[in-house]
Ligand binder design. Structure first.
Ligand code: C2E
Ligand code: CA
Ligand code: CA
Length: 646
């Protein structure tokens, strides 16, 4: 904040100095312009002085020639008079031309006075030429000499005056130049100051921008960039403190994730989501000590950097969790949020990215195990890192639909061997690892929000294929495995309805396979979801029956259509009496409840025969067909039709 104030202040001062500089520069330009005028005045007055001086000099010379002619009427002086007289006229004409003083009339008067002397000079010269000595002397003394004295003294007077003015102008010009120089120095210094201030202001602005870039705009907490910088600093400070002899605790990072935030954000809107994030940030910041740093790394992910020695990560995690005990009251909504925390303590020489990766691994473990808090240990590294990389790969696979495909395994009526339906089984063609079994990736995906996108993809692919078979005249039920997370997701039924509509497939052609354990996670929500699914005409099947609770009382309550007996009982029913008994009772129970009973994992003819004997409705297993791609299954359907009697 102080950098903002400094930046604003510097901007203000720069603006003020800039204006002052502009005014002074304007004044300097005006002064320079004025200076040109002054210099022009100096030049003009000097030229005038010169012109007057020259006229005075020539007039004096002319008079001297006239005087000399009296004594030597045939001499050189007498001969030069007309020429010098002309020079005086010319000098006077130039004098008139250059004189631009307010009383320039005087130059004209002087010029005229000289011109008027012309007849007197001519008369005087005639007297000389006639050798009229007395007349010539009289003319010289009474007319010529007084007139020339008047003219020359007047010329000298004016010349002196102009010279004084020229000197004055020169002095003024010099003063002005001095002031101009001083002004230019001031403008130059001020310019330097403004430039410096401007540079400082730009740097302050850049500092402010950097500060802003390090703050998360929504919560006002430091963002990922700032957190990484602070964690990096803490990592470098620990060895330094140890070198100084202090026993320094290595920094610990706690990654905090808001469980279920995405669902709230999607259902209640981003406005509520944002407020939830702001309030969460506040609660987290309120639960840490002054030494520790809370940051928002992105979306609903926060992080705490534990720098002090006074707190253990577990104690802090407990305080952070407690901070979320109180529900969030937002307008008309009350939202309960829990958090998952993954903690990792820096090992000697560890980089920030590794520390964060470890905390991330711990966070995933906390989420998968539903423990709320997990501390990273290097033993967990391998499996957790593999899990993480698998999730990253799957995220990319979901964008590139070519990698995730479905195989279909037929479900057979044991009485006549007819294919009545198929189970869709996901296959992941990993670009590097090759085929990844669903048993390897589904348990990992199931506990992340990726499962929703995955279920969507499987459903839409299965329904598109069902539509193709339907259009080709095969009326098959397509069974799709649905994870607990998807079934319990509030949007699940709407998604199923939308996807059915998009594919143009009637609800009865779809069967969802769910396990007992996923229903037991939240029976009320599951039963409600199954009811809404049934309203769409979609069938539901209890998968892996026999491995879970298998309680009669709740089975009665479940709105399902089918029981699918787990293959662990089916595969050895032909040889193991207790498995045989279990399959028998499951068939009986299913029929009593009005359910279709399916047996999976039929691997041989003996088992198929035993199932027919106990009256099982449908059978599925390698004995009939392995899961295969849609094309292979279509070929199988064709041969089956051609086998049937016309
Ligand atoms: P599941 O639902 O119990 O699927 C049946 C599994 O048994 C399939 O394994 C199938 O290939 C296998 N199987 C079929 N017949 C026989 C047989 O005669 N003998 C033996 N030993 N096995 C047989 P798969 O395809 O590896 O799937 C494994 C599990 O992955 C599935 O068990 C299901 O829980 C899950 N899964 C598969 N696809 C999806 C899916 O799209 N969504 C979800 N949520 N789960 C899926
Ligand atoms: Ca299944
Ligand atoms: Ca099964």
């Amino acid at each position: 904040m102080s950098s903002t104030r400094a930046w604003r202040g510097s901007r203000w001062v720069t603006g003020l100095l800039g204006t002052l500089l502009a005014v002074l520069s304007g004044a300097a330009v005006w002064a320079s312009w004025r200076q040109t005028d002054t210099v022009a005045d100096v030049v003009a007055s000097s030229t005038e002085t010169d012109a007057y001086q020259q006229a005075a000099y020539l007039a004096a010379a002319e008079m001297a020639l006239l005087q000399a002619s009296f004594w030597d009427p045939a001499g050189e002086a007498r001969r030069r008079i007309p020429e010098v007289n002309k020079q005086v006229d010319d000098a006077m004409a130039r004098m008139v031309a250059v004189d631009d003083s307010p009383d320039r009339q005087r130059s004209r008067v002087l010029k005229q006075q000289h011109l008027n002397l012309g007849p007197d000079i001519a008369y005087y010269l005639q007297q000389i030429d006639r050798h009229d000595q007395a007349g010539a002397r009289r003319t010289l003394k009474t007319v010529i000499e007084p007139s020339y004295s008047r003219i020359t003294s007047r010329l000298i007077e004016v010349q002196t005056e102009r010279l004084a003015e020229a000197t004055r102008n020169q002095n003024a010009a010099r003063d002005f130049s001095r002031r101009l120089l001083a002004g230019s120095i001031v403008v130059f210094v001020l310019g330097l100051a403004v430039l410096n201030l401007f540079g400082w202001s730009v740097r302050a602005h850049r500092r402010q921008m950097t500060a802003l870039a390090a703050i998360d705009a929504l919560t006002g907490l430091p963002n990922r960039v700032a957190f990484l910088a602070a964690a990096g600093l803490a990592l470098t400070e620990t060895p330094r403190a140890e070198a100084d002899g202090a026993k320094a605790a290595p920094p610990t990072v706690l990654l905090v994730n808001l469980d279920g935030f995405r669902a709230v954000n999607d259902q209640l809107g981003h406005g509520i989501g944002d407020r939830l994030l702001i309030e969460s940030g506040r609660r987290l910041a309120g639960a840490v000590r002054d030494d520790d740093l809370v940051a928002r790394l992105g979306a609903d992910e926060f992080a705490v950097l534990l720098r002090g020695r006074s707190d253990s990560d577990e104690a802090l995690a407990a305080r952070l969790t407690t901070a979320f005990d109180e529900p969030f009251a937002l307008d008309d909504f009350t939202v309960d949020l829990e958090i998952s925390i993954g903690a990792a303590t820096a090992q000697p020489g560890e980089q920030v990215t590794t520390l964060l990766q470890h905390a991330d691994i711990a966070l995933h473990t906390a989420k998968l195990d539903h423990t709320g808090f997990h501390r990273y240990t290097s033993a967990a590294d391998d499996t957790a890192a593999a899990r993480l990389s698998l999730l990253g790969d799957l995220r990319r696979a979901l964008d590139d639909t070519g990698q995730l495909i479905l195989h279909y395994q037929p479900q057979i009526d044991p009485a006549d061997g007819a294919i009545t339906g198929v189970e869709a089984l996901a296959r992941w063609q990993h670009p590097v690892k090759g085929m990844v079994s669903p048993g390897d990736f589904i348990p990992v995906v199931e506990n992340t929000s990726l499962i929703h996108r995955f279920t969507d993809l499987v459903l839409s692919q299965a329904l598109a294929q069902a539509r193709i078979w339907h259009d080709s005249g095969y009326r098959l039920t397509v069974a799709v495995n649905i994870s607990a997370h998807s079934l319990l997701d509030a949007r699940f039924c709407c998604r199923v309805a939308t996807l059915l509509e998009e594919a143009g497939v009637p609800g009865e052609m779809l069967c969802i396979e769910i396990t007992e354990s996923s229903v037991m996670r939240d029976p009320a929500v599951a039963i409600e979801a199954l009811r809404r699914i049934r309203d769409l005409g979609v069938r539901a099947s209890i998968d892996d029956y026999g491995t879970g609770y298998s309680s009669m009382s709740y089975l009665k309550l479940l709105p399902v259509n089918e029981l699918k007996i787990d293959r662990s009982f089916v595969c050895d029913m032909a040889t193991d009496a207790s498995s045989h008994a279990l399959v028998c009772s499951a068939v009986e129970l299913g029929h009593n409840l009005g359910l279709t009973v399916v047996a999976e994992g039929v691997e041989d003819a003996a088992t198929a025969e035993a199932l027919r004997e106990v009256g099982c409705d449908l059978a599925q297993g390698y004995h009939f067909a392995r899961p295969m791609d849609a094309e292979a299954l279509t070929r199988l359907l064709r041969t089956e039709v051609s086998r049937q009697p016309a």
